[in-house]
Write a protein that binds this ligand. Structure first.
Ligand code: E4P
Length: 220
């Protein structure tokens, strides 16, 4: 599974990048706003730290404008940047054109199997179902991942990766992986929880104190 950080904060990307397991980063206008930094500078810095894909989202709403914006971003930003496009009729048309021109697209704001299917049909490289936001309105985010995954198997869809997004818990990541999502984009606070376990901490404390004892006995 590709592990992607859902953040536009450089320090967070640097921190997780040091673990050696980070594949990419997703950003969106809200995350850019939260970062308090310039959009393009931020994307460039992230693209230096992380191999990619780094998702940069368009902010236009018509197909022609999205195509123009996507082409422009792709031409000016580093090679590992891909274009994120919202799941609307115009977004599908833009995805079809951009993917046809060899530009990888991540279709975002996906909340149903139909939207995922249409995005794959339009040529998306990634489709991003938003788990947490579905859970927030009393629907089953992980259930959507399961259904999309079943459709992908039934239809033999191979060129479009399911990117579990709007992740709110470790369980979201673990179950998405079990259900066949090929990627997950994870906020920093959840990413840091993925590595934590109290038995790891207490086990390590015990190994260290026993090793100190071995040394004090002159056996190391
Ligand atoms: C995905 O690419 C989005 O940036 C993200 O996962 C949105 O999640 P949120 O619901 O936490 O804002």
């Amino acid at each position: 599974m590709e592990l992607i950080l859902d953040s536009a904060i450089i320090e967070e990307v640097e921190d997780i990048s040091k673990w050696g397991v980070l594949d990419g980063v997703t950003t969106n206008p809200s995350l850019i706003r939260k970062s308090g930094r310039d959009f393009e500078d931020t994307i460039r810095k992230i693209a230096e730290i992380c191999p990619g894909p780094i998702s940069a989202e368009v902010t236009s709403l018509t197909a022609n404008e999205m195509i123009e914006e996507g082409m422009d971003l792709k031409s000016r930003l580093p090679k590992n940047v891909i274009i994120k496009i919202p799941c609307t009729p115009d977004g599908l048309a833009a995805t079809k054109t951009l993917s046809g021109r060899g530009i990888p697209v991540n279709v975002t704001l996906v909340f149903s199997v139909s939207q995922a299917l249409l995005s794959a049909k339009a040529g998306a490289a990634y489709v991003s179902p938003f788990l947490g936001r579905l859970d927030d309105i009393g629907q089953d985010g992980l259930g959507l991942i399961e259904e999309i995954s079943q459709v992908w198997s039934a239809q033999g869809i191979k060129n479009c990766k399911i990117l579990a997004a709007s992740i709110r818990s470790r369980r979201h990541v673990e179950v998405s992986a079990r259900l066949g999502a090929q990627a997950a984009t994870i906020p920093y606070n959840i990413f840091t929880k993925l590595i934590q376990h109290e038995l790891t901490d207490s086990g390590l404390d015990k190994f260290m104190s026993d090793w100190e004892a071995v040394k004090s006995e002159g056996r190391a």
